[in-house]
Structures are given as C-alpha cells and as structure tokens.
Design a protein around this ligand. Structure first.
Ligand code: CS2
Length: 451
C-alpha cells in the first residue's frame, strides 16, 4: 500500500490529516514524533490505533482510527526514521510542527541559520532534529537511492506554507550540496495547504468519552469538532490519496483560502485567547458567552473580512456565522491558554499582515491594534483578577521585559518581531491607547465601552 510519512504526531494530525486519509481509503500513514519517544512507543504498542472523539451537540461520536501503521521518533532514531523517505512505498510527506518549527526570519521569510530548529542541524545534518533538516536529509537519502521525488505538504497555519517550506528546504539543502538542492527543485513539489479543525488538548473528558463508548482506556485518544476542512494546491510529484473523497478541496491556488482562514478564524481565535486569559476565563466558549467579547470578536471578523480578496462562491457573512457557532460549541472546551501560546509566531500572519495592508491603504487598522493591545496586556503577566499569567512563547522573556503600555514600549515589542511595517507611530499610539484603557478598566468593562 502507498504510504504517507507524517512529521509531528500531535493531536491536530490525528484529528485532521489522519481522518481525511482514513476516510479517503487506500493509503496508510507512518507518523513521526519529533522529540517524544514515549508517544511513538505508545502508538506502536497500541498497533497504531487510537480513538477520535467528535464533539457533536447530541453527544460524543467515538471513531476507531486505524490509518497509522507505524510510528517513529526523530530525536531518538534519526537514521531509522529518515530511511523511510528512501522507500519507494512512501510517496507523500505531510507535516504539522507548529509555526516555530520552520526556522525563518519573519520579515524576509528566509532561512534563519541561527534558529534553534535550524542551527544544530546545519552542524550535524545526518542526525537532524527539526523539520527542515529532516526533509533535506531524507531527500538526500532518497536521491542516493535513485528514486523519484516526493510531494511534501505543510499543514501548519502559515501564509504560503508550501512555498515557504520549499524555499527553506531548498536553502538548507544548498548549504550542504547545491546538486541536492537542484534535484529537490526539479523532482519534488511543496503544495500549499489550508487546514482547519478545532482540536483542543485531550483531557479527562476525552478519555471518559472513549471509556463510556468502548469500555477501553485509550491514553492516545484525541477529541475534535465535527467540522473539518482541507484545501490543497493540486501540484503533486507522484500519486496521492483520493482526499477529495473525504471532502478535501484540490485547487489551483490556495492563497485566498489561507488568508481567509488565518485572518478570520485564527486572528479571532488569538483575540479570544488573550481576552480570555486577561479576563481570567478558561475556554473559548466562556469568552463567547460574554456579550461584549462576542461583539468584539464579530467586529474583528468583519475587519478581517474587509482585507480579503474575493473568493468565488465564498460568502463572508455565512463564514462569520459558522465561525461564531463553532467557537460557541458548548461541547468543546478549547483552552484560551492553548491558543495563547507562541503569539510571536502566530500573530504575524493573523494580525500584523492584515494590519500592514490596511495601513498601507490609509485605513486605521484599529481592530488589529486592539488585538495587539490585548496581547501586550497578556504579556504584562497579570490577569484582571490579579492572578499571574505565564506566557509560553520562544521570545517570552524578551517580550515580557519590553511589554509596557506607552508608545515606545509598543514599538519595542513589535521591534522584537522584526515587523518593519510597524514603524507607524500613529498605529503604535493607537495600541498604547487601548492598553491604557484595558489596564484602567479591565478587559470586560473596556469591551462593554467599545461595543
Ligand atoms: C488556534 C488553531 O491554537 C491556535 O492558535 O488558532 O490551532 C486553530 O484551532 C486551528 O487552526 C483550527 O483549524
């Protein structure tokens, strides 16, 4: 049977690409945990099986998953893992390693040779720990085996994720061997893809749902919403699963779908996450239950929609209504703190790119200034309830140190992200104004005043 090699064995892969692939039929997956051998060992011990819990309003639907046939761990077995890329059975590679796993300069989108997921692999390229180094090494082995190229699909929430990954792998390979880089460019494709399925971290409720339905204890169970979407650029180097049978959309250009989802769903999600964290609320559904917060979220969606190119057949009003419903799903407990992690990596495509576009058209970009202010308020490390907040972010220390409320502090925080469009002093003072009000009034009262 043809195989997919997947990098990044987190819950999102098990709820999304694995479900599409199982439903499409005919293909199997070998999945790679980047760092955690306990996860790959547990999955192998379970014969690759786990349960997917779909949180439909009528009660959980528990689905047995059988599409993963084997798991590997890159950190503990780089040679065994990457040898799989030199097997003719493997035709497609997919990846979910989160935004920070790519190792690029946010402003130029070029390879960052000093990045923690790149630098060690340039030093020791045959035992890579990051995605880019792993792909370069795996493709080197594949070329040496005299095989054809691969299709490599990024499934992370980054603008132009496939084009970005192609460039990073190409640049990394060129530093090792220009002939390898040329071979990759000539034989492999890196389609863009937009992925969507809300997948909260597994909890006791997940395991209880599986136990109730099957009588089994499944520590690998994952829960998710019923909605799922996958839009893939139709540019494959070889055979592919019939993902369209499972509802995936294969299109010539993913970019409009990508910006729509990043700006409307993920951008609103970040707003919700920081509002919730600052107001001391636990989950997305709790934030949506506060009327003034819900109004702000709706407004944000409108502002995001105003920055989008038209997509034939796409109606922003319907998409907005669907998103609000998904965020309000009472059966999904999606923690604000889960979404609030890695803001420095997530906000550029979700918030700063549309803000820069709006500013360049002479607009105020006020909705984006508000999200930025709530994020900085979060980085200040204290909730309105007085409790401490401990942001998780690769730049957490520097961001928290810089996170004051005046214009200079705002500019400093944004400067840490290398986001040049934000030399706009007007916009920074807008952010600073929101910050002052948030600090004085608290998030709920300020939202009430704004709506
Ligand atoms: C979320 C996403 O954690 C986050 O940053 O915004 O994981 C979101 O749930 C997914 O992209 C939904 O498809």
């Amino acid at each position: 049977m043809p195989r997919i090699l997947h990098f990044g064995l987190g819950a999102f892969h098990r709820a999304h690409q694995a479900a599409f692939t199982q439903d499409a039929g005919g293909w199997q997956i070998e999945a790679v945990s980047m760092r955690n051998p306990a996860l790959s060992d547990a999955l192998n011990a379970a014969g690759g099986r786990w349960h997917l819990v779909e949180r439909v309003p009528e009660g959980p639907r528990v689905l047995p998953m059988t599409v993963i046939v084997r798991a590997h761990c890159l950190a503990t077995d780089p040679a065994g893992t990457l040898a799989r890329m030199a097997d003719p059975e493997v035709q497609v590679v997919t990846a979910t390693v989160t935004e920070k796993g790519y190792g690029f300069h946010p402003a130029t989108r070029k390879l960052d040779v000093d990045h923690p997921s790149i630098a060690p692999d340039l030093k020791d390229p045959t035992a890579p720990t990051g995605l880019v180094g792993a792909l370069a090494e795996g493709l080197r082995l594949r070329r040496a085996a005299g095989l054809s190229g691969l299709t490599i699909i990024s499934c992370d929430n980054l603008t132009g994720n496939g084009h970005l990954l192609a460039r990073l792998v190409g640049d990394f390979a060129r530093l090792r061997d220009p002939a390898l880089a040329d071979w990759i460019a000539a034989t492999c494709t890196f389609p863009d893809s937009m992925v969507d399925r809300i997948t909260p971290a597994s909890s006791d409720a997940t395991f209880a749902a599986v136990r109730a339905a099957t009588g089994l204890d499944d520590p690998l169970a994952v829960e998710t919403e019923p909605f799922r979407q996958w839009v893939i650029e139709d540019r494959f180097a070889g055979p592919r699963p019939a993902w369209e049978k499972a509802g995936a959309l294969l299109v010539a250009d993913v970019a409009p779908y990508e910006v729509m989802k990043l700006r409307m769903l993920n951008g609103s999600h970040s707003l919700i996450a920081y509002l919730g964290a600052v107001a001391g609320l636990e989950a997305v559904r709790d934030v949506m239950a506060v009327p003034a917060f819900r109004s702000l979220v709706r407004r944000h969606m409108q502002a995001a929609a105003d920055t989008l190119p038209a997509i034939p057949g796409f109606d922003p009003a319907t998409y907005t209504a669907d998103l609000l419903r998904r965020f309000e799903n009472p059966a999904i407990r999606h923690l604000c703190l889960q979404i609030a992690t890695d803001g420095s990596q997530k906000l550029p495509p979700r918030i700063f790119a549309p803000a820069a576009e709006a500013l360049s058209q002479g607009k105020t970009a006020n909705a984006f200034a508000l999200v930025t202010a709530v994020w900085i308020r979060f980085l200040q490390g204290r909730a309105d309830t007085g409790g401490p907040i401990a942001p998780k972010d690769p730049l957490a220390d520097a961001l928290m140190l810089a996170a004051g409320s005046d214009v200079a502090a705002v500019a400093k925080v944004l400067g840490l992200l290398d986001r040049l469009p934000f030399s706009s002093e007007d916009w920074c003072s807008r952010v600073s104004g929101h910050l002052d009000a948030l600090r004085k009034m608290g998030a709920v009262a300020y939202a009430e005043a704004l709506t």
